[in-house]
Design a protein around this ligand. Structure first.
Ligand SMILES: Cc1cc2nc3c(=O)[nH]c(=O)nc-3n(C[C@H](O)[C@H](O)[C@H](O)COP(=O)(O)OP(=O)(O)OC[C@H]3O[C@@H](n4cnc5c(N)ncnc54)[C@H](O)[C@@H]3O)c2cc1C
Length: 320
């Protein structure tokens, strides 16, 4: 069996969870095995996971699991993996997945890989996977034991696929200790699609000159249905909130489209955005390093280019 830990929030499965299921299904087809979805907590309509490739859904709800705790979550996932004799466990490359992957691999004595971007195939008992390395400058190939592996899958690495399937829901009782950490307060970003799940991101940097100018970035984002992001200095100077900061020390994203205005493209910034499918850079300096990583580049003043781009998109949408 191939197990997937399903990420969810507000009783709804996150896109990251469906992406992990899609990869699990692709793997299951190659290895003639089944897919098991693990849901810790509760979601609406768990049977619907069958439409995304799950054959079985293990529902585990316990008061001591309401708060994320690495020891407890590892214990629960490892127990199901052992009971089911699972070959592979897939996690999403989120803060939870990253916290669990190493512990789980130790508990299951399995091979481990973090931040997978592509499932290549299964060959002679080995699982062939790829992931970006050196801040996204290269893609490395890895071979893991196909009978004992745990890995995390990068967000937006695949598009969730639907299948004609059904899923058996199994409620499991567990015994877990109270979490060791106490969460005092949770502040959730509201409104737009969270950055790790966003398909389109409009981002800006120090070239914006000040927080009062961000209206043009928000207009463009609104027109495209995009989420906004920023470089680190911008968040450090409190021009934008810290949850928008992308890069090595911020959030790593891989949207289908990343538009960067007034960002130089320092290696630490690229580390978090380099696996975006299409990168558009707007910068007045033709020598800005970001152009080397760009699919499309506009050399120009962002205060002219961004509003014109927004207007062009608006006109295009109106003519559809
Ligand atoms: C340990 C460490 C970790 C770091 N982690 C991160 C990280 O996670 N994320 C991150 O972003 N940075 C990070 N940094 C900082 C990083 O090195 C850069 O300093 C930072 O990314 C630069 O931000 P910027 O591009 O917004 O600003 P700048 O480097 O100042 O670039 C501004 C750009 O805007 C352009 N510009 C100016 N005016 C206009 C205009 N009118 N029109 C068009 N273009 C214009 C300029 O040509 C320039 O290229 C880290 C640094 C260190 C040392």
């Amino acid at each position: 069996m191939i197990l997937v830990l399903i990420e969810h929030a507000d009783n709804k499965v996150k896109k990251a969870g469906l992406e992990a299921l899609t990869i699990a299904k692709q793997l299951a087809v190659k290895t003639s095995s089944e897919v098991g979805a693990i849901v810790i907590g509760s979601i609406e309509d768990p049977e619907s996971l069958g439409n995304y490739g799950a054959d079985q859904c293990f529902l585990i709800d316990h008061p001591n699991l309401q708060q994320f705790d690495t020891s407890n979550y590892t214990q629960v996932v490892a127990q199901i993996a052992k009971d089911k004799g699972a070959d592979i466990v897939i996690l999403s490359h989120t803060s939870k997945g990253k916290a669990l992957v190493g512990r789980l691999a130790i508990k299951l004595e399995s091979d481990v890989l973090s931040g997978v971007s592509q499932f290549v195939g299964v060959e002679d008992g080995t699982l062939l996977l790829k992931k970006p390395v050196f801040a996204g400058k290269g893609i490395a190939s890895f071979k893991l034991n196909a009978k004992k592996a745990v890995f995390t899958l990068l967000g937006n690495a695949v598009q969730p696929q639907t299948f004609d399937g059904s899923c058996t829901v199994i409620t499991r009782e567990v015994s877990v200790a109270p979490p060791r950490e106490k969460v005092v307060k949770v502040d959730r970003a509201t409104g737009e699609v969270p950055l790790p799940e966003a398909e389109i991101v409009v981002s800006a940097g120090r070239g914006m000159k000040g927080p009062e100018n961000w209206g043009i970035i928000e207009d463009l984002a609104k027109e495209l249905g995009a989420t906004t992001a920023c470089s680190r200095p911008v968040a450090d100077m409190d021009w934008r909130p810290h949850h928008e900061h992308v890069g090595q020390t911020g959030i790593a994203i891989s949207p289908n489209l990343y538009i960067a205005a007034g960002i130089s493209g320092a290696i630490q910034h690229l580390a978090g955005v380099n696996s975006s499918k299409n990168i558009v850079v707007i910068n007045k300096d033709p020598e800005a390093p970001f152009f080397k990583a760009a699919d499309y580049g506009v050399v120009g003043d962002l205060f002219e280019v961004v509003p014109r781009l927004t207007e062009a998109i608006r006109k295009f949408k109106n003519n559809q």
